[in-house]
Design a protein around this ligand. Structure first.
Ligand code: GLN
Length: 204
């Protein structure tokens, strides 16, 4: 089974480890460059992207993660993790630095005061049996995507209708919301399929 790490500097690490453990992968926290070197794929949890950015630099993980992602490591980011995967961040802190994975622009805390936290049914491309029950907590949305990015999901109603909240670019996946908090494993299983597809060529 592939080894999937969860970046364990800050945020809802335990919830992602628990979700992954149910998806037939070996799930491990990643806090050090040595641990990063042993994983086939990485999950970047929800939390606070400014703090995560700072800790990633303090723990000497920022450069190595950026390099692994550039070299094709499958990576999934939820919420703050989506922000960390974005090429461009709006309303970020000036010193905030991400991993430059997905060719997209995200806006931090985009949904505004009245909808700081909310839940919504979001249809996700490829998970067609039912919409995902999406939990948004001071979430970002995706303002724009480059030509290689596939939009997988958008908000369907309310003031933010049409906003992009799930994307994929090659082996990189990101959601504005937190599937790790709901017990619905479909997004994690989708990521594990991406991981298996990416690692099967090297393990065959
Ligand atoms: N607002 C947070 C940030 O900017 C993200 C919130 C979350 O991950 N739930 O990083």
């Amino acid at each position: 089974d592939p080894i999937v790490g969860v970046l364990a500097l800050q945020g809802d690490v335990r919830e992602h480890l628990a979700a992954l453990a149910e998806c037939d992968v070996i799930a491990r926290p990643v806090r050090r460059p040595g641990a990063l070197a042993e994983v086939d794929a990485l999950v970047i949890p929800g939390g606070e992207s400014t703090t995560m950015s700072k800790l990633a630099q303090d723990f000497d993980l920022a450069g190595p993660i950026r390099e692994r992602i550039a070299a094709g490591m499958p990576t999934y980011g939820s919420c703050a993790g989506m922000i960390m995967l974005a090429r461009t961040v709006l309303d970020g802190r000036p010193d905030q630095r991400g991993f430059d994975g997905i060719d997209m622009t995200v806006r931090r805390n985009a949904f505004g005061r009245q909808t700081e936290s909310f839940e919504a049914a979001v249809p996700i491309d490829g998970l067609d049996d039912a919409p995902v029950h999406a939990v948004f907590i001071r979430a970002p949305w995706v303002e724009s995507v480059g030509p290689d990015v596939r939009v997988l999901g958008r908000v369907t109603s309310g003031p933010a209708a049409g906003r992009i909240v799930a994307v994929q670019q090659g082996s990189l996946l990101a959601t504005s919301f937190h599937p790790e908090l709901t017990g619905d494993l479909r997004v994690h299983r989708l990521f594990v399929e991406i991981v298996r597809a990416a690692t099967s060529t090297t393990e065959a």
